[in-house]
Design a binder for this molecule. Structure first.
Ligand code: HEC
Ligand code: HEC
Length: 272
């Protein structure tokens, strides 16, 4: 509906540009697994479609915010710049800060065009009224230098572009990297070692995904683990990762991500 009315209002090429920006935003929100935290789940751990991006899901001791355009309980009254600042810099219009596990630590490197596309897409998500309490107001945020502009990543260098996909957009290293003082230790990218609660109960450790562990896997085997949750020996990965969302990754983004993983330093597992 929205796309149609936009197309009627704007001259053809502007409409096409706007709709491709919204498409790009939808793609980034999917492979950036935003809804994994920002949508409530049912008792089986499946995200509830009717509550898409309306927040209230508990993660890391906090409740993820309502990202729909509802003016009172979502982002309806926020300007584009305010939404961008909250994603990349962890600031809010009321002066409070957005704290981990929201991935500001990584999302701060989203390019200007990509973060704008995310906002353009969020504006099209149906507004849902869902007040979300801000838990643990005493918990501190992370001090980081503020970013105001981030250039578009080049796509020629596969390792660098794969870094953008895996580290900045797709959250892989929030889980697969050990932490120092609560922050990912970027010198040990991919060494794994953090413990997660599996959806069905019990705990599971995020694997080492450097060549120490994946060196002997084929590209296809790595892709299958990421998008289907199946290991080369046919064993199933415990459902902590959002396989379905990663399955939407384009071939060129997936290929770059795999090249990047192959070029990580081969590390021993966990923290050191
Ligand atoms: C690992 C879980 C997680 C993921 C993934 C995640 N978020 Fe969040 N996000 C949160 C939590 C939790 C908060 C609230 C933090 C707080 O209370 O300080 C939050 C807050 C926000 C806010 C601030 C809005 C407000 O009113 O507080 C925005 C905007 C936001 N997230 C956008 C996104 C986008 C866009 C993505 C995907 C690119 C994303 N988030 C992915 C957990 C997550
Ligand atoms: C929410 C946390 C989380 C995120 C985000 C995440 N993973 Fe995982 N991943 C895990 C856990 C936990 C395991 C171990 C599951 C098991 O042992 O059954 C795992 C397993 C894997 C494996 C299998 C390794 C092996 O030796 O069996 C690969 C490959 C992998 N992840 C790659 C990725 C990539 C690439 C991304 C980003 C596109 C990603 N993961 C995002 C938590 C995460």
């Amino acid at each position: 509906m929205f796309l149609l009315s936009l197309a009627m209002l704007l001259p053809g090429d502007r409409a096409a540009a706007a709709s491709s920006e919204i498409e790009r935003g939808e793609y980034l929100v999917c492979i950036g697994i935003c809804s994994s935290c920002h949508t409530q789940k049912d008792s089986e751990g499946k995200t509830i479609k009717e509550k898409f991006l309306s927040g209230g899901q508990r993660v890391g001791g906090l409740l993820a915010s309502n990202l729909t355009s509802d003016p009172e309980t979502g982002l309806g009254h926020w300007s584009d710049e305010q939404i961008i600042a909250s994603i990349r810099n962890g600031t809010r219009p009321d002066g409070s800060s957005v704290r981990p596990p929201m991935g500001t630590f990584f999302y701060r490197d989203l390019s200007d065009a990509d973060v704008k596309a995310i906002v353009a897409y969020l504006r099209t998500v149906p507004a849902i009224k869902n007040p979300v309490e801000r838990l643990d107001p005493q918990r501190a945020s992370v001090k980081m230098e503020l970013v105001s502009t981030v250039a578009e990543p080049g796509r020629k260098n596969q390792i660098a572009y794969g870094h953008y996909i895996g580290v900045t957009v797709s959250h892989c290293f929030q889980c697969h990297t050990p932490r120092i003082d609560g922050q990912p230790d970027l010198t040990r990218l991919g060494a794994g070692g953090n413990t997660y609660t599996a959806r069905g109960g019990g705990t599971v450790v995020a694997s080492n995904i450097t060549p120490t562990s994946l060196g002997s896997w084929s590209d296809e085997q790595i892709r299958t683990a990421i998008t289907k949750g199946v290991r080369p020996d046919g064993g199933k990965l415990v459902g902590v990762m959002d396989f379905d969302m990663y399955a939407r990754m384009s071939d060129s983004d997936m290929n770059a991500l795999i090249v990047f993983l192959r070029n990580l330093p081969a590390l021993s597992s966990g923290a050191q």
